[in-house]
Design a protein around this ligand. Structure first.
Ligand code: UD1
Length: 344
């Protein structure tokens, strides 16, 4: 059985990927420092798959902690690196924390891989590397625009670090998946997005408003160039994203990644406005959402959606769930969380 290390594996995307990897027959080891996730995800993964992944609490940006982890498992067949700080606004306030955490964790992993700790790496990148593109949809060849935040810059620099390292180390192969906007939760409602404190992202803010934790959703700007004036993103189901990671690992294993380092957009190829999301949520939940329009959020771009041709043809990946299905799972997850909390 191939052992895969998931850094940040108790987090939102990591936990859903752990489920898909276990279902695909991999042994999963999770390392996480639990600063922005809960150990409860391990129980959720166990409930869904019947398998409890190994869990090690450690910080990927601390070199000696990673050394002990790699020593304990005698290296890994492959690594999926999710662990990162990810709040765009916070990154503007705390650039050093973001550069230090997000880049030193990747460097630590690559150094250990160079010493024989593993050969295949899948990296969590983001559509943020494109900034505001000149033309849409964006392809992997679209030119980079200046990053709008230190967070965005860490993703761009991380891709450069990977490309340059892999260029001169033939034992390492890598794929960066550039995520657009993953949403939703596992259909079992055993795992999902669990923001600590006030959510930054749209969907948890919507579900928390609908469940009564937040008074109203603030929609950031209605003066963008879109049909209803609100910003456009490419939202897709997190379980579909999780499956893209399994396909990326398979591609690395089958040696179809001849370039050494490759990047793939993962999204639906369809742009949706914030107001369209609100309406779709109201439809699936049967509720009216309290919201107001406020000014634009600093650092936001106007619109972005993916050209997913490369992922479709090379990875054999395509989204399977609709926007409504994804929103329904997010809503079911939120309701279940509140039931569990009120029982405690
Ligand atoms: C951003 C990054 C993405 C990163 C993610 C992590 C870009 C283009 N994308 O996603 O790479 O992985 O953060 O957090 O930089 N909105 C509201 N009200 C809210 C929250 C959001 O109107 O309370 C709007 C935003 O203005 C935006 C849309 O909803 O237009 C989506 O926002 P969000 O869920 O935060 O994701 P991004 O900003 O697209």
């Amino acid at each position: 059985m191939k052992t895969v290390l998931l850094t940040g594996g108790t987090g939102y995307i990591g936990s859903h990927t752990a489920v898909e990897l276990i279902n695909a027959g991999y042994k999963v080891v999770i390392v996480d420092n639990l600063t922005n996730s809960s150990i409860d995800s391990i129980e959720g993964i166990h409930k869904i798959t019947g398998v409890r992944p190994d869990f090690v609490k450690a910080d990927c940006s601390v070199c000696c902690e990673m050394e002990s982890l790699f020593k304990k498992y005698n290296g890994f067949h492959s690594i999926i690196h999710f662990a990162a700080l990810k709040a765009v606004g916070e990154s503007v306030e705390k650039p050093l924390e973001y550069y230090h955490n997000n880049l030193s964790s990747l460097i630590n992993l690559l150094q250990l891989m160079k010493k024989g700790g593993g050969g295949d790496l899948v990296f969590s990148s983001s559509c943020t590397v494109y900034g505001q593109p000149d033309s849409l949809p964006v392809t992997e060849k679209s030119p980079y625009k200046p990053a709008t935040s230190p967070y965005g810059n860490t993703k761009k620099i991380a891709e450069d670090i990977l490309r340059e390292t892999i260029n001169v180390n033939s034992s390492i192969k890598g794929i960066a998946l550039r995520y657009f906007n993953p949403i939703g939760a596992h259909s079992s409602a055993e795992i999902g997005e669990l923001p600590l404190g006030k959510p930054d992202n749209l969907i948890p803010f919507i579900t928390q408003t609908a469940v009564g934790i937040r008074e109203k959703l603030q929609i950031f700007g209605n003066d963008y160039d879109s049909a209803d004036g609100t910003a456009i993103r490419d939202y897709f189901h997190v379980v579909d994203l999780a499956k893209a990671h399994v396909l990326a690992l398979k591609r690395l294993e089958e040696n179809r990644n001849k370039a050494g380092f490759e990047v793939f957009n993962v999204g639906t190829g369809k742009g949706v406005t914030v107001l369209e999301i609100v309406k779709a949520f109201e439809k699936v939940s049967g509720l009216k959402l309290n919201y107001e329009i406020v000014g634009r959020r600093a650092g936001d771009i106007e619109k972005v959606w993916a050209d997913t041709t490369l992922a479709n043809t090379e990875l054999g990946w395509k989204t399977q769930s609709t926007l409504e299905e994804a929103l329904l799972t997010a809503w079911n997850w939120e309701k279940k969380l509140r039931e569990v909390k009120s029982e405690k």
